[in-house]
Every structure is written in C-alpha cells, then in structure tokens.
Design a protein around this ligand. Structure first.
Ligand code: ADP
Ligand code: MG
Length: 504
C-alpha cells in the first residue's frame, strides 16, 4: 500500500560556519502520557485539572508498606504503541528504580525500565512533503512513572506540591540519532503524535505536557555521520547537548537552530562541547545550561524489588495486533489508491484522526474526490476561519453528505449547493427538506427554461444580431438566463437552447 512513498535517508541540514560546513545530528527522547483512566501502579485517576492532591493513592504518596501493582491496560497501551511503530515487543521486561531526590517525588525514586524495556527496535516514517518519507529508527520504548508537580508561584515564601500526576504512566520513546534537521525533528514528533492519536494510546496534548521531548543535538563535519552509520560507532559523532522538556513543535525547531549555531561557534573558536543538559528560553530564543555532565545525577539504578519481571504472552500481543486501527500511512495510501485523491488532499484529510473519520463518513457510498473537495475546501476552510474543529462543526457529516447527494441527483447546481451549505451552517436542518421548502431545486423543466431564454432574446435584439455573427457571444445569453432563474436552471440545458435559438 505504501509503494507511492519513496523512503530516503533523512537529509542532513548543512550549516555554513565561518570556517567550514557542519551537519546536524539529532536524537529525541519523547515522553508520551499513556491514555488510561488509572495510573501505572495504582487505581488513582489520571484526570487532568482536578483539585490538587485529590487523585493520590497511598502508593502514589509512598506511604510505608504500600506496594505497586501493575496496570495491565497501560502495558497493553505500550505494546500497541510498539506495534504501531513496527517495533519488536519484548515478552519479558523489568522495572528498575531510578533514585533521585526531589520534593515532587515522594518515593525518592522513579520506577522505570532501564535494562529491559517492554518495546525494542522499531521505525517511524517521517513525512517531509508529498511522496517524501524519511525513515527514523526507534531504539526502544520503556514504561515509567511521571512525577508530581512543584508549585512555586502561589506564595512568596512557600512552595507547594501537587501529587495528582505522580505515578501516571509515561512511555519514553527513544530515537536513534537519525534526525538531521530542525524541520525533520518537528515532523518526527508530529508523526509520533499522529500515530499515537490514531492508536488512542496518547492524546498528544502538548500544551498540557502530555507529549514532550528531550532533544539531543550535536554537530559534525560532512562525512562523519556516514562513518557512524557504517560502524554504529558514536565516537564519529560530535558531543551532544540535551535540551529538556520541549512541548512545542515551533520551539523544538527554534531551539535546535540556536543550539547548532552555538556549538558551531564554540568549535570554530577552537573550543570543545561539554556534554550537558540545557533549557530553552522561548522569550530569549536561546538555550542555557541547566547542569553539566559532572553535575549529572548518579541514579543508582537497580531492579525494583517490589515488582516481578513483567512477562507477557505472545497470544496476548497477537490479540492486540489483531485489534489495531488503520494507521495514518495506510489510510493515506488507501485514500490515494482507492479513492483517487491527490497525495496532498490525502495528507490533509489524514493529519488528524477526527478529520479522517469525518471525511470517511461523508465519502461513504459517494464519490471520494467530490467528498474531499467539499470537506477540504468548504468545510475545513470555514472551520479554520471560525476557529472550530470537526467536533464542533455546525454542519455534520450526514448533512454534508446530503448536499453532495442533491448535487449528484441533479436536484441542485454546484452554485446553489454553496447557498445550501451556508443555510446548514447558520440554521441547520435537513438538506433535502430545505431545498424543497425554499424552492432551490434546479429547473430541468425545459419549458420553463425555454420561456426564460425566449424572454432574454426578445429583450435584447441588438445582442442577438451580434451573437448571430459571432457565436462566441452566446455565452452572454447563458449567463443572463442563469441570472434570471436565480442559478437554478440546469446550465447544460440552457446552453443547448440558447445555441438552438440563436442558430435557427
Ligand atoms: P541518555 O539516556 O543518557 O540521555 P542515550 O544514549 O539513551 O542517553 O541517548 C539519548 C538520546 O540521544 C537518543 O535519542 C540518542 O539517539 C541521542 N544521541 C546519542 N548520541 C547523540 C549525538 N552524538 N548527537 C545527537 N544525538 C545523540
Ligand atoms: Mg537523556
């Protein structure tokens, strides 16, 4: 199904420094909150925006003697995500304790999967324009807990802690350093988000922080990356810096641009890059050091003694695999190959799963191209203008389908259909009933059209003489008749009659 896409290796962005050219190398660690009603190791709710500390089980608050119990649904969600990224599923994985102190982490450690992640190697095809797909390798996905939230801006002298988010399941999706430019990095995150939203495993809400990325950036001279690819030896690459916690595609791009230029300036000045964690400041448009490698935490990882290794069965994985929805690439390919849509239109319609569902409801049993035109040009155009989405659209898929049917049956012309759309948008109602009740039906009654043609001819003798000499001027009469009938006359019938009368 994907044969229309030509997969190519990601394209290096070349930046000219003062002395030489440099290429970018980027690897992303994406944290995606698992869509689940309950947390990873407790039954507490994951609901967003609740009263602080109202969704906290004893185990989330690390009360003495409380033990974690794995949430099977969260595991299934991680497996589903792995399958969506064509990744290997590890039937045995294990949880480790990552120890560090922070006020929003009552346990004093985060339960994560360092040594044995649940998902192994996979891939994502990143869309870089119609027909251009770039393959980025996934190294692993592991399951881990989110931390709570410290609140520093509610009181001048005190900080507060909200544990509602503590223990919520996250998937950390780690890419290989295969991303070669800022646009590719943003497109990669967008594609992950799209796939997970289709799967229903993460809602992709970046504003709420439900999807965020740590962005690793290094620069190297041309040719160095190819040597890394041949050997998988990281020493061919430059030293990386990691920009933490990015939750906007625009900022991810801006931060990479800035960071690359910062590193190039240091290297060309004879300096060297210090491996460190940095933060992006969107107001200043720059990254600044958060902590260096020397200050990096020693997490003292060890297997969590409270949790047995996680063993899942192949039959269970197969059942999840059998229940997968159609994913964006396959849907897009089907829209192109089966419905005859352009690559571009198919891309627009499949970008968000809700839009694709809406379009499919409109297109069911109808002409795909015509449905795509109406959905993209009329509906999306209007929704965008008014800041609405398909979920808040005043015109439903059934109503839009009704409009298309009326055109198809010859009941209304394309022009009247737009008026009908306007009525549906502002007043609602049943398309067929509106057309009937308001006399919007196309006039195919030849007698009525003939009367209108005769009238226009009788009223314009001078034009008739000219048109008889020059048949090209017949179009003027057609226009006048359509105008006189309020656009309801069947244009083909009008054309025929005008030609006959002027010629005869
Ligand atoms: P850590 O867990 O300490 O952050 P990892 O080895 O897991 O380190 O790598 C984290 C991310 O950094 C991965 O996405 C990887 O692809 C990326 N990465 C590794 N080396 C480089 C490099 N030289 N330049 C850019 N990204 C890199
Ligand atoms: Mg890291």
């Amino acid at each position: 199904m994907l044969d229309h896409l030509s997969f190519t290796a990601p394209e290096p962005k070349v930046i000219s420094g003062a002395k030489q050219d440099w290429e970018l190398v980027i690897g992303l660690e994406v944290h995606a909150q698992v869509s689940s009603n309950a947390k990873l190791f407790s039954g507490a709710s994951t609901g967003f925006g609740a009263e602080p500390n109202s969704h906290v089980a004893f185990v989330d608050a690390a009360m003495p003697g409380m033990l974690p119990v794995i949430n099977e649904f969260c595991v299934a969600q991680a497996v589903k995500t792995g399958l969506g990224l064509k990744a290997a599923i590890n039937l045995t994985s294990a949880f480790d304790r990552k120890n560090y102190f922070y006020p929003d982490l009552p346990q004093g450690y985060q339960i994560s999967q360092l040594y044995h992640p649940i998902v192994g190697e996979g891939e994502v095809i990143v869309d870089m324009g119609p027909g251009i797909g770039r393959r980025v390798r996934i190294e692993r996905i592991h399951l881990e807990q989110d931390a709570g939230k410290s609140i520093h801006d509610m009181d001048p002298t005190m900080s507060f802690v909200d544990l509602n988010r503590t223990g919520v399941a996250l998937m950390e999706i780690v890419s290989r350093p295969d991303i070669r430019g800022p646009e590719e990095a943003a497109a990669y995150v967008a594609k992950l988000r799209q796939i997970m939203r289709y799967l229903g495993t993460c809602d992709g809400n970046m504003q709420n922080g439900n999807l965020r990325a740590d962005v690793n950036v290094s620069v190297c001279p041309p040719g160095a990356y190819e040597r890394y690819q041949e050997t998988q030896d990281f020493s061919h690459l430059g030293t990386r810096c990691e920009i933490k916690n990015m939750n906007s595609l625009r900022f991810i791009q801006a931060a990479i641009e800035y960071e690359a230029r910062r590193q190039i300036a240091i290297l060309e000045d004879g300096g060297s890059i210090v491996q460190e964690t940095r933060l992006y400041d969107p107001d200043k448009g720059e990254t600044r050091s958060m902590r260096s490698k020397e200050e990096a935490h020693d997490y003292r990882y060890f297997p969590d003694p409270d949790l047995l290794p996680l063993e899942i069965e192949q039959t269970w994985v197969d059942a999840i695999a059998g229940d997968m929805p159609e994913l964006p690439d396959a849907k897009k390919a089907r829209f192109v190959q089966v419905l005859g849509l352009s690559e571009y239109d198919a891309g627009v319609l499949t970008a968000e799963v809700e839009n694709a569902d809406f379009f499919e409801a409109v297109a069911a049993g109808r002409d795909g191209k015509q449905a795509a035109n109406w959905v993209i040009n009329e509906l999306f155009g209007r929704l965008n203008k008014e800041g609405l989405t398909v979920e808040t659209s005043p015109v439903s898929a059934a109503q839009l389908g009704g409009v298309i049917d009326l055109i198809g049956h010859g009941a209304i012309s394309g022009k009247i259909a737009k008026d009908l759309f306007e009525i549906l948008w502002t007043e609602g109602g049943d398309p067929a009933q509106i057309v009937e009740a308001r006399g919007m039906k196309q006039v195919t009654d030849l007698g009525a059209i003939e009367a209108a043609v005769d009238q226009i001819i009788a009223e314009n003798p001078a034009q008739v003489e000219k048109a008889k000499a020059n048949p090209k001027l017949a179009g003027w009469f057609v226009g006048q008749v359509l105008k006189a009938t309020g656009g309801k006359a069947n244009p083909a019938a009008v054309q025929d009659l005008v030609a006959k009368k002027l010629g005869g």
